[in-house]
Ligand binder design. Structure first.
Ligand SMILES: CC[C@H](C(=O)O)C(=O)SCCNC(=O)CCNC(=O)[C@H](O)C(C)(C)COP(=O)(O)OP(=O)(O)OC[C@H]1O[C@@H](n2cnc3c(N)ncnc32)[C@H](O)[C@@H]1OP(=O)(O)O
Length: 321
């Protein structure tokens, strides 16, 4: 649903108000909230000009690297962008794998948190330029963009508190990936940089829309217009980074990951049902018109009220000093 709406908007750029009209034309106020709550389904195959099967096949023609997922007992999963020979650039097959990993996370009912990291001490250098060169015509570029926009929207909407662990560089599409997480933790020496302007582009994976919501339009304009190198200090200053870690002791990235797990653990302690409900009400508050968000909040409230965690807290006569 979201992809087809966004896709229609992308295909009808001559009518700038199309997306806004879509927001106003939600006929059943609860429908969108329900849609967010139940998780977004697979990419639409009926959207005009967008065929999921076709784009998946096209992307698979550019193999290399992997997207690795480890779901841990703690309820925190670790997703690793793994293509170190190309500074963790996204090959076509990695884009397809990312979609598959997001689907697995959508099914993971015990999950509470997610850390997205890059392999071998660097985050991600965006799209694989070899693939980009091969699909540099507007039609293919648009299809890849719609595919990634949909995947990253689903990533951000997972009922998990997510963190991008930025060690080394997050460039281009890599910078966009960091904005598809709820939080960003940076390691000294790390950098987030939207290099799109230097590529004659703007972000297309939803990174600009998300960036504006994170740092405001002034800072987003500066970051995109200047292709600014955002280091941890600047990241904290403009609200892009939520914390700075000490980082690797041995260059393996293990220490940064442990630190990130500890940081995230402060927010994911507790029953999965409650943590997931927290994320759902925040996503609806962040994305939906107020009336719909309020309705969604009521629905989510109904899932935890009188639930095991609620009854246990009542029985223990908890005090919150
Ligand atoms: C902009 C929009 C678009 C999207 O949103 O889809 C993109 O993301 S396009 C990609 C944007 N990213 C770049 O343009 C990165 C270009 N690369 C660099 O700036 C540097 O390689 C850097 C800073 C990542 C690392 O520099 P360093 O000196 O530390 O290492 P090397 O340059 O020697 O890189 C090692 C090795 O990795 C290859 N590499 C790096 N990034 C990419 C990439 N995005 N695609 C393909 N290959 C990449 C680089 O070519 C080197 O390979 P080698 O075979 O040794 O030449």
């Amino acid at each position: 649903m979201v992809l087809s709406a966004a896709g229609q908007h992308l295909l009808r750029v001559s009518r700038p108000g199309a997306w806004g009209q879509h927001l106003l034309r939600v006929s059943r106020p609860g429908a969108w909230g329900q849609h967010l709550l139940s998780g977004i389904g697979s990419v639409s195959t009926t959207a005009k000009g967008f065929q999921e099967k076709e784009i998946r096949e096209k992307l698979q023609a550019f193999p290399g690297g992997s997207i690795d997922l480890v779901k841990q007992e703690s309820g925190i999963a670790v997703l690793t962008v793994n293509n170190p020979a190309r500074m963790n650039a996204f090959s076509g097959s990695m884009m397809v794998e990312l979609e598959e990993r997001v689907s697995q996370l959508e099914e993971w009912t015990e999950g509470k948190g997610l850390i997205v990291q890059g392999a071998a001490g660097t985050f991600c250098s965006g799209s694989d330029l070899n693939a980009v060169r091969a699909i540099s015509n507007p039609q293919d570029g648009m299809k890849m963009c719609m595919f990634m926009q949909n995947v990253l929207t689903r990533l951000l909407r997972l009922p998990l508190l997510s963190v991008a662990l930025v060690e080394g560089s997050a460039l281009g599409g890599g910078a966009e990936l960091t904005t598809a997480c709820d939080f960003r933790l940076m390691v000294p020496g790390g950098m987030i940089r939207f290099v799109h302007k230097h590529m004659g582009l703007v972000p297309g994976w939803g990174g600009a829309a998300r960036l504006v919501r994170i740092v405001g339009s002034q800072n987003a304009l500066k970051m995109l217009g200047g292709a600014l190198k955002v280091d941890p200090e600047m990241g904290l200053q403009i609200g892009l980074a939520d914390g700075v870690l000490e980082g690797s002791l041995d260059g393996s990235g293990a220490n940064a990951l442990l630190e990130a797990e500890q940081w995230l653990g402060c927010y994911t302690t507790g029953p999965a049902s409650v943590i997931r409900a927290i994320k759902k009400v925040v996503v609806s508050g962040r994305e939906l018109p107020l009336e719909v968000a309020l309705r969604t909040e009521r629905d989510v409230f109904g899932t935890v009220w009188g639930g095991p965690a609620n009854l246990q807290a009542l029985a223990s006569k908890a005090k919150h000093k």
